[in-house]
Design a protein around this ligand. Sequence first.
Ligand code: GLC
Length: 785
Amino acid sequence: MLEDTSFAIQPDRNPSQTPKHAYYQPGDLLDVQETEDGFRFVCNHAYVDLDLYRSDIVRVNMQPSTHKVTPINSRAVIQSASKDRFRMIKDKEAITLESSKCKVIIAKHPFQLKVINEQGTVMCQDNSKGMVFSQRGEVAAHKVMKPQDRIYGLGEKSGFLEKRGESLTMWNTDVYAPHNPETDPLYESIPYFMVVNKGEAYGVYFNNTYKTTFDFKTDSNNYTFSAEGGCLEYYIFAGPSPKDVIEQYTYLTGTMPIPPKWALGYHQSRYSYESEREVRDLVDTFKAKGIPLDAVYLDIHYMDGYRVFTFDPDRFPDPSRLVHDLKEAGVRVVPIVDPGVKKDVEYEIYKEGVQGDLFCKYLEGDIYFGDVWPGASAFPDFTDHHVRKWWGEKHRTYSDLGIEGIWNDMNEPAVFNESKTMDLNVMHKNDGTPLSHRSLHNIYGLLMGEATYESMKQQLDGKRPFILTRAGFSGVQRYAAVWTGDNRSFWEHLQMSIPMIMNLGLSGVAYAGADIGGFAHDTNGELLTRWMQVGAFTPYFRNHSAIGTVYQEPWQFGEDYEATIKSFIALRYKWMPQLYSLFNLAARQGLPVMRPLMLEFPEDAKTYQLNDEFMIGDNVIIAPILMPEVSERAVYLPEGQWVDYFSGEVYEGGKSHLIYATIDQLPLFIRQGSAIVLGNTGASMESSQNELTLHVYADEKSSYQVYMYDDDGETFQYEQGVYKEIKIDMKCLNNAVHLDVVHSQGDYVPPYDKLEVVVHGLKEEQDVYINGDKTRHHDIGDLSL
Ligand code: GLC
């Protein structure tokens, strides 16, 4: 019938006639002006601001001169332009801006830029297409991709570690469908990447909250990053090493706070433990079996009809007693909090939200409703600070019960409809500058995280909160740990979780993990056991599974698997002092806890696409078994000598070895000529750190510095100097191993007053000296603190 009307000749029905969008470049440089923060390059069609955020961080911002683009506060950047200024050197064809760490060379005809690092290498460079905008608001930057360039970062992406040849999109999306290598986008948007070329690196953070695309695929010599709208505003990190780039990116967007120690222990979850009885029985079983446990999660069944900030009175009649009793047993309770608020006129939160004008609305004034677990629901407008405050306050429901951890889910936001999210025409209040959901979608989860973390911090009165989130944006690390969403109990998903968590770590999110055992689909004893071996060393360590799948607690698959799983959970606790020191480095410098080998060996090409091994810190390699019924694998060990942690056998680096690991074994290597600090094991975090041992892996010609950090593990007292930070210089010679405390700082008095020292691989002719004194028992001694 429509065909009988003018609809038949509607222009969009004939796409070939639709003109391509015209893109404009800035054009020729006309003038250079000094601005408050840097320099403005005025060109034919646009002007480009270049500012220094630090001597190694350059901000580029292009504004079309034909129309004004409103800058959007992404809330990701926490720094402002630095007081340091560029020095400007002008010559005929180009202008050079110089800082102490890098140079930006600007060609005038047409305007194009390239960045040179302190070593003189050309890093980020415009190609002939350069920076562009369309009258419709799209923006893009086209850059040269050198033949040896390798691409990392980009946050939470499936597929392999190195991303050259991929085109990836940032648009926070709830994906329950199986995560395949090409499944993109997922829940988090981190519009940042690092380019590594034979050991040298630079990074780019694209500060744009619209849907963005990073194309390293279409053109093998060039890459492009683009957005549907907003400014072409990006930051170039001058490196020159991959670690420098991470430090620069996390300087700009923030680092993670040090988590409470309990949040680093083993966590048990399921969708759902459906009643108080079930939760108590679960914890009792852990206790009876002597399996360490620090937290249990309450998934959506704890709520009354999936109404956030309520408890189902039949299933959870006395949450206060439950939380209290579990805490007595050393176990925290972490409830899920989703953003969707059930449309129910008798429900307090809904009423408050409507009456207080706190929900996301259309420009015309109607509240946006979308279906999630509770049915039709309204969504708090977290872009408004009143709403963040209100939402935060509501967490007293939990903090008053003694709850210290919150699990944020469905905060892309997820909606059960075709688009999987909110109507893009919703207008957010955006702290006084109203903008569409299309432009702010990607930061909804980040702002929910901010609301949750900041309020919990206040309510816990000096204790550290723990927040877990599914969705986020650059800067999410300031508020929450990230888990990689709804994976499946497939071996492929165990394999995929490793590069995924490593790239999150390279993208500022040091505190991340996957659902261990797999969320959807049924796991089995072998898969769960192998996954636990990996999980014991991933920064975030939680076993979680979906409704309708087989139960996957450590004991579900028989005594043999149980014993192995228990031993690896215990190993996590034993390694906690080492991990906790690394978490402190993540908090201070942004460096990830779990690292790709590339980060430590950026000149070793064999590490560039190494997906099935990872490092913990700078001296430990883990090469798990990731296939069923396999008990040997090739393990690549980079230069140096590597000691098998369990057997003590020494392997020559710079090549691969065939390593055997039956189901109860994990290939784990320590670099010879380095050391680690381990604890004893306990039932939970608190009890595992009373005695510490410094394990030294001696050789005859090395030096290393051991970094150790500790504090009370639960308060912010460390901000007042109540922590212990120790640096021990280790020097191995032909005839001696010297251990000298070269730095000891802070007022924290740990429960231990010394480190027991055990030297592995010590030669007959080598003596050990601790702070100058020879040890009494050749390879064993004490290092007093
Ligand atoms: C989502 C989450 C999952 C959770 C479930 C029920 O699928 O990703 O972890 O268990 O919702 O809340």
